[in-house]
Design a protein around this ligand. Sequence first.
Ligand code: E4P
Length: 223
Amino acid sequence: MKLFLDTGDIAEVSKAAEWGVIDGVTTNPTLIAKTGRGFRETVLEICSLVPGGAISAEVVATEYDEMLREALEIASWNEQIVVKVPLIRDGIRLTKELTKRNIRTNVTLVFSVSQALLAAKAGATYISNFVGRVDDISGDGMAAVAETVAMVENYGFPSEVLVASVRHPLHVVEAVQAGAHVSTMPFKVLDQLFNHPLTDIGLKRFLDDWNAAGLEIFERVAR
Ligand code: E4P
């Protein structure tokens, strides 16, 4: 499964990129607005920090002609960019057009398998299925993910199912169990994936035993 970071924060991207386990970054208008910086400069800096990674940047128009103009502008900035498109009627039309032009797309704000079917039919590269926002209103966000994974696999759609709106590590575990192709997550959740108390206890015991025995890896050479 691919791991994407869901942020516009350069420091977070830089830290996660150092770990070498992220395959891309997703942004949205809210995340970009939080940075207090320009859209283009932020997205391009993210591209340079994750070489070869898929970097999603979203259009903000809601009518086809202007959406297309924005999409072509955003896609021209860097070949790593994936144009993020909301699941509205003009967004699906835009996705089909961008697919024809070999521009990768991430269809966002997807909450149901019926919406996901439209995104897949339009040739979406990624289908961003939101889970946390459904859980927030007492729904089961992951149910639509499992149905969408089954749908793309049963019919052989090339789209990848991307689990978005991730709130905690259990969402990532459930994304794995559902067979999702990608999970995007805030930096905090990526960081939490490392944690296990037995790792901390185990490492402490190894190091205590090693030090008590006076062992060294680089033995001093007598002159
Ligand atoms: C990702 O592409 C989405 O924009 C993001 O995961 C939304 O997350 P939120 O529901 O926490 O805002």
